[in-house]
Structures are given as C-alpha cells and as structure tokens.
Design a protein around this ligand. Structure first.
Ligand code: S3P
Length: 168
C-alpha cells in the first residue's frame, strides 16, 4: 500500500501520519523531515540560502526516491508538494492520494501559533494570515482536489482514518 497525505500547512498531515502508520503497520515518512536530513539544514535555511525553486526540485527528487526505494508507505507531503511539477499525477499513478481538507479557521489558528517554522508564512503579519491562507488554499485547491480520497479532518478518529486507508 502506498499512501500520500496531502493538504495545506497545518492541515494535520504530520499529526496523523505517524498515528496511522502505527495503526496499520506501514512505514512512515515525513517528506520535509527526509529533506532536512538529506540537506542537513532546516526547511527555513534551505529557502533562505538556496531559494524556493531549489527546494521544489529537491522536494520532487526526494519524493521520487522515497517511492522508488520503498514498497509500502505513508508519506506526509509538504503543503506545496502536489502543486509543483507533475507531482500530483506522479503520486496518483504510484498510489493513493488523500487530501486532509481542514477548515480554514482551524488552519489559521494552528498556523498563528506555528508560522515561524514555515518560510512561506513567517513574514506575514498575524492579521494578514487569514486572507493570505484563504487566497493560497484557493489557488492550490485545483491540485488538492485531484486526490483519490478527500477527508474532513475535524470529524476523524485514528480508527476511522485507518479504515479509510485499509479500504483504499
Ligand atoms: C510548504 C509547506 C511546508 C514545507 C515548506 C513549504 C508550502 O510543509 O514543505 O515550508 O509551500 O505549503 P508543511 O505543510 O508540512 O508545513
């Protein structure tokens, strides 16, 4: 089984991934974490020192490597992963893509507390965060919507989510 979790920053990919992995017994990879280990830099450092374009190439390369090297997995992608190159098509071809469709207000609340680790958000003033997220989610929706399965994160439990994965 090859599962890709996609969704906006703060949608819960990193929260749910390890729990699901423990529940259904699939190896778990956090794409951002694999990138930081490979580069020996934080995501913020990669953006600052090498730029977003470099990061997006790296993201694509590491995604493809993980898929090539592992027969089964749950991968938590970065919020932008499905929106660059042909990553969404690649993931759909290789496995099942699940979009964590989390309400905007929940995203905003989570990201207000945690925007500094995200180079895309760190320079946005708190009062600008909601309109920024609204706009960004809207522009990314056409990618997220291509997922094979769409789940509403608020009403999920580990058991129901695990069942979704087992039946995928
Ligand atoms: C990004 C999301 C981040 C990380 C990078 C860019 C984005 O991942 O890949 O900061 O463009 O949405 P998370 O969704 O895990 O925060």
């Amino acid at each position: 089984m090859k599962i890709f979790l996609i969704g906006f920053m703060g949608s819960g990919k990193t929260h749910w991934g390890p729990q699901l992995s423990a529940k259904v017994g699939l190896p778990f990879f956090d794409l951002d974490k694999v990138i930081t280990e490979k580069e020996n830099k934080t995501i913020s450092e990669i953006f600052a020192e090498n730029g977003e374009e470099y990061f997006r190439y790296l993201e694509k390369e590491v995604l493809e490597e993980l898929v090539e090297e592992n027969k089964e997995f749950i991968i938590s992608c970065g919020g932008g992963t499905p929106c660059f190159f042909n990553n969404i098509k690649f993931m759909k071809r290789k496995g099942t893509v699940i979009w964590l469709n989390t309400q905007i207000d929940i995203l905003v609340n989570r990201l207000l507390k945690d925007k500094y680790s995200r180079p895309v958000l760190k320079d946005i003033a708190d009062e600008e965060l909601k309109p920024y997220i609204l706009k960004k989610v809207l522009s990314r929706k056409l990618y997220y919507e291509q997922a094979d399965i769409i789940v509403n994160e608020e009403s999920l439990s580990v058991d129901t989510f695990a069942e979704i994965i087992i039946n995928a």
